[in-house]
Design a protein around this ligand. Structure first.
Ligand SMILES: [Zn+2]
Length: 367
């Protein structure tokens, strides 16, 4: 996977001029997939693509819907690590990563987090608003939240979701106690995890009239999606205001990540909270009826493309998200690559996302 190595070694994670290397790395990945996965070969031939020579642009790459991955376990080579999407067993995607994919993911994470100033040498305290690692939990959400606690040296790690004999339970009181202690210290505090739990904590602090002045450099990092906030765009502003009011954290110190187990690319929002597409991936927005690619600015199904992995055929996956791709020039941050706005889901009542799952747990919590 020479071309993958070249692509993931790009110096600038948002260098728009890498389109040619990206397409070549996708062709290289495609050639591996059709010789290592009969299912993918059949899907590809069914779509009239017989060799990588038939691929002239990223949108030509045969697509696998994530819905299908939840029902069928696709494999395309040896692997070292497996991650699953959230969901009940039998309805999860299984994504396997080989050594080369892990190395590419590591290079990408270092470049992207450095670019956004998240990777630093200053030690800090982590509060993970998500799962405490446990051998029974193989979800990518748990793994990535834990991995982010290595982006700056950790003095301590606290997790809100504790594994009990009845499954995972949130422990807000221990977080409030920890904040009282951390406020007096000098080490920055970093929150990482689900926006839902973080938002819930802010509201709890506000209701109790508690506010903290966390040490300089403290950050709120969010991952796992805003899905339950889709209908209320104003909630993001409320969220930023509450972060300032309860923890004295400014909006510029709130960073959000976006990714999916079937598309393990690290999207990080810019200063204007836009998810620009990095060099490691491409996004095609498709017409929900004809599946034809749409122009930037139009709403359609989100198709995510990346040659990161060879052990699972996730080169081009079709999500059930509806989104819009905007021209990079519409954002004043200076990054030229387009950015993705997720606007909803195709069938929200049918699909339980990891964020919605977390929201379900919240319902059982008394404050
Ligand atoms: Zn921007």
């Amino acid at each position: 996977m020479k071309l993958r190595r070249k692509l993931f070694s790009s110096k600038d994670p948002y260098d728009f001029s890498k389109a040619e290397i990206f397409l070549d790395a996708c062709r290289e990945n495609y050639d591996h997939l059709i010789t290592h996965c009969d299912d993918y070969k059949k899907i590809s031939e069914g779509l009239g693509i017989r060799s990588s020579k038939d691929i002239n642009r990223p949108s030509d790459i045969p697509v696998i819907p994530t819905m299908l991955m939840k029902q069928h376990d696709f494999r395309s080579g040896r692997y070292m690590v497996m991650a699953t999407s959230s969901g009940t067993s039998g309805k999860m995607s299984h994504v396997r990563f080989e050594f080369g994919a892990l190395m590419a993911a590591l290079k990408m994470s270092i470049k992207v987090t450095r670019y956004h100033g998240i990777m630093t040498a200053k030690p800090c305290r982590y509060i993970v608003m998500g799962y405490k690692p446990h051998r029974s939990n193989k979800t990518a959400v748990a793994k990535t939240a834990y991995l982010t606690t290595f982006l700056a040296p950790a003095i301590s790690r606290k997790f809100i979701l504790k594994h009990t004999s009845d499954g995972y339970k949130p422990d807000f009181e221990s977080i409030v106690e920890a904040l009282k202690k951390y406020e007096k210290g000098r080490a920055p505090v970093r929150f990482m995890g689900f926006p839902s739990y973080t938002f819930f904590l802010f509201r709890l602090l506000e209701e109790r009239g508690l506010s903290f002045k966390l040490p300089k450099g403290s950050k709120v990092m969010l991952g796992g999606g805003w899905k339950q906030f889709y209908q209320e765009a104003a909630d993001k502003d409320t969220f930023y205001k509450l972060a300032k009011k309860t923890l004295d954290i400014d909006e510029e110190n709130i960073v959000e990540f976006f990714g999916a187990v079937e598309h393990p690319i690290l999207y990080t929002d810019c200063a204007f909270h836009h998810f620009h597409v990095p060099v490691y991936s491409n996004i095609v927005i498709r017409d929900p009826d004809t599946l034809e690619p749409l122009e930037n600015g139009q709403t359609g199904l989100v198709n995510l493309i990346s040659p990161l992995c060879t052990a699972t055929p996730i080169l081009s996956v079709m999500t059930d998200d509806l989104g819009i791709l905007h021209d990079g020039s519409e954002c004043p941050c200076g990054v030229k690559s387009p950015y993705l706005e997720i606007v909803g889901r195709v069938a929200p009542e049918d699909i339980k996302t990891c964020a919605a799952g977390a929201a379900d747990i919240l319902k059982g919590v008394k404050v």
